[in-house]
Design a protein. Sequence first.
Length: 74
Amino acid sequence: MSVIFNNNPFVIEKVIDLVMRERAMALSTREWKHRLAGYGYAIKETDHGQIVETLPHHVEIATLPEVMVAPRFH
């Protein structure tokens, strides 16, 4: 499955769109991450930003744009 994600910009774009849509609907960071887990994705915090990865195998898909990293929740 990692080959599909790493080589297909269309799939990566769709996953980022899903992450952004779920973030807009969530009331907290915890809820946002819980909602993503329901789709089989997780957010990993790194020194280079937030990375979307698959669950349960933790295959990295993409780094979230800086717009997504800015604090939104309290």
